[in-house]
Ligand binder design. Structure first.
Ligand code: SAM
Length: 244
């Protein structure tokens, strides 16, 4: 997958995209991330990309032309056989979810635009295929939002996670929260690891983990159970949890 990120703060990305799983995915050739400075598409000698809002009011607005030109420059030579997804980060967008990350992970080319100031000139909105929010709060700019989108998406590209880091058990992968995890030592500050996890009985461990995942979801995020793909076994576990 190739990802183009358009930003006015390219320096914010270098550590974030070169470490850990994102760094390894790029070394393995499974992911390519290019950062582009929107200021390079400015039309004036000061490289400015923002201006005062028509109608007055506080703050500045990112101008349409530099964003449009930057998007054209990275989409004129598309990667892969399908047209790229061109994503605007915005608090007014569709809420980013694991489902959306799975959908993006199946694409060959993503373009992500980071807004700043009060946002972008509305007239450039036709270039976007998606408008995405990472939550109901307002960030200073779209840089952190784009890092969140790329990180959550990249780990779902086949081959990016090793078996031991498989995303399949993660929260939200199949619509519910993850089960609790434990590691050595077996006893820590008077607290033992649940006995079943050291029993060596794989079937008992599987059932325990599924029960704990469902219990945690029921207690913390019951809304997820309305849309999760539950099996007959899950429903039976939930009935017994509700009867306790
Ligand atoms: N005036 C805008 C509003 O209230 O919708 C907020 C602009 S915000 C200060 C500047 C930029 O940060 C936005 O253009 C967007 O790119 C990014 N941003 C802020 N919050 C975000 C969120 N929750 N999800 C995605 N992007 C966000």
């Amino acid at each position: 997958m190739h990802v183009d990120i358009l930003t006015i703060f390219p320096g914010m990305f270098y550590g974030a995209i070169s470490e850990s799983i994102l760094g390894r995915a790029q070394e393995q050739g499974l992911l390519e991330i290019s950062i582009h400075d929107i200021r390079n598409f400015s039309q004036d000698k000061h490289n400015s990309v923002d201006d005062y809002p028509f109608g007055g009011g506080p703050g500045m607005v990112m101008q349409a032309e530099p964003i449009w030109a930057a998007v054209q420059s990275v989409t004129s030579a598309p990667y892969g056989s399908r047209p790229p997804r061109v994503i605007l980060t915005t608090p007014a967008g569709k809420q980013f979810t694991q489902e959306m990350a799975k959908e993006f992970a199946s694409e060959e080319h993503l373009v992500i635009v980071c807004g700043h100031y009060e946002g972008i000139d509305e007239r450039v909105s036709d270039v976007f295929t998606d408008e995405v929010s990472i939550g109901d709060f307002v960030l200073t700019g779209g840089e952190l939002a784009s890092m969140v989108i790329v990180d959550a998406t990249a780990r779902l590209i086949p081959g990016v996670l090793g078996d031991s880091e498989s995303a399949k058990g993660d929260s939200f992968y199949d619509g519910i929260l993850d089960y609790p995890h434990y590691t050595r030592p077996r006893q820590w500050r008077g607290m033992d690891v649940p006995e079943v996890l050291v029993s060596g009985d794989h079937e008992k461990i599987r059932v325990w983990r599924r029960t704990e995942a469902l219990k945690r979801t029921l207690m913390r995020r019951p809304d997820l159970l309305e849309t999760a793909a539950l099996t007959d076994e899950d429903r039976q576990i939930l009935r017994s949890l509700l009867n306790q």
